[in-house]
Design a protein around this ligand. Structure first.
Ligand SMILES: *Cc1c(COP(=O)(O)O)cnc(C)c1O
Length: 228
């Protein structure tokens, strides 16, 4: 059993003040979320809309819920009323659906574009070129109910730290390019979400200002459980 309070306190000592911590609570029970909340944690991340929507009504309403997993368009409607940020936008189709559902309830949803930098076929996200096209296209301007606030990425899943450094550095360089070219005067385009339990320190060295950490706070996930 992990001591959430101690783990969080330790983790905080390793994070610079400007880094936002998303506590990734997927597969952990609401009691664990509540415990982290009681220690002052307010941002939580989930990767399955059903699980997030199950937890949301059972927990304090000032929690900021971040969706960090691949989101199917038919699940958007379910989370749009309360989600604080959707970090894992990986297609124009998804972005369009978020805009549509948010418009219906007159919200503006903050999103990050998920960038594919890892050298693995399985990872989702936009390539830098696709991302440039999407932003350069001007299509975002017509979407008044989404606010693109930055980029999210995952590094290659490897022990090779040089590889991880270069993945995050690539994302960071790309962020600067996009920021300078399209968002220079838009203060809300400011988030670089990279880094998980095993690579968050490297991520911070490579410009992250959001880290998404689960295991270090809550312990190992039990995928056999029902997430409740
Ligand atoms: C699960 C998950 C995390 C957290 O992973 P840990 O290794 O438990 O810190 C971060 N980001 C994404 C996208 C995830 O799915």
């Amino acid at each position: 059993m992990t001591n959430i309070k101690e783990s969080l306190a330790f983790l905080k000592t390793t994070l610079p003040d400007y880094v936002h911590l998303v506590a990734v609570s997927k597969f952990h029970p609401v009691e664990a979320v509540q415990e982290a909340y009681d220690c002052g944690q307010r941002i939580f991340g989930e990767n399955r809309p059903q699980e997030m929507s199950m937890k949301h009504p059972l927990l304090p309403q000032d929690i900021k819920w971040h969706m960090i997993g691949h989101l199917q368009t038919n699940k958007v409607k379910q989370i749009v009323p309360y989600v604080s940020m959707i970090e894992s936008v990986d297609s124009l189709k998804l972005l369009t659906e978020i805009n549509k559902q948010a418009e219906k309830i007159d919200r503006q949803i903050r999103v990050l574009l998920e960038l594919h930098v890892a050298k693995e076929e399985t990872k989702t996200g936009f390539s830098p070129e696709e991302c440039r096209q999407l932003i350069g296209d001007g299509v975002l301007e017509s979407m008044k109910h989404v606010k693109v606030c930055g980029l999210m990425c995952m590094a290659t899943n490897t022990d090779d730290e040089t590889r991880v450094h270069s993945d995050f550095a690539e994302a960071n360089n790309f962020f600067s390019e996009i920021k300078d070219q399209y968002f220079a005067h838009d203060e809300s385009f400011c988030y670089r979400s990279w880094g998980m339990t095993h690579d968050y320190k490297i991520a911070i060295e490579e410009g992250a200002n959001i880290v998404r950490i689960g295991t270090l706070i809550f312990g190992e996930r039990n995928y056999g459980g029902n997430g409740q």
